[in-house]
Design a protein around this ligand. Sequence first.
Ligand SMILES: [Zn+2]
Ligand SMILES: [Zn+2]
Length: 213
Amino acid sequence: MPSASNGDSAKPAARLPAPLEWIARPLARLSVSHFNLRAGLTSDSLISVLLIAAGIWIGNMRPALAALTVLCGLFAFTFIEYAAHRWLFHGNTGPFKTGHDHHHDNPLGYDALPFFMPPLFMCALGALFALVLPAGYALLLAGVIAAGYAAYGLSHVVIHVHRFKSPLMRRWVGFHNIHHFHPEANFGVTTGLWDVILGTRYKRQPRHAPGHA
Ligand SMILES: [Zn+2]
Ligand SMILES: [Zn+2]
């Protein structure tokens, strides 16, 4: 998924119609730049704060329901993170896969979604939620999902650039590092929850004794 090398850069697919190439090429260049990575980490955090603040401001929310909305948003984000990584970035084809492949080739690269895309997506999500929820709760829910995404982006950068001393943190970092060696496992980045639920958590292969098949 997207990060310091969120990996989800929008590199153009092999052959696109000419008008799309005009859009895809600059986006592809942007998505591998250091500027885009920094701008993305900033705008992801900013949009989450703005959406949550707007939700509270419009609000009139009941504290218990607001707390439930926050929990639902965090839970929903963990699945979005897992699903996007497993089925979009490791899908069969497409620009997301191309960008993510770059991240797997070079985990310290700057591959990431164009910085303005996730905030636009989060705003659209808020508008969508507002069709079925009161506006305050809709914005809060979208804001919490956006906060999860921002945390994911920062986590992914930290995982690849920082060396932790704490055994707990090393274990957490190791979960994603294993994914880089075994791309069919460990799709969660901030949490391995859905890998456990859906059976994609990496399992160490038992070693065979010499002389045994
Ligand atoms: Zn990675
Ligand atoms: Zn991956």
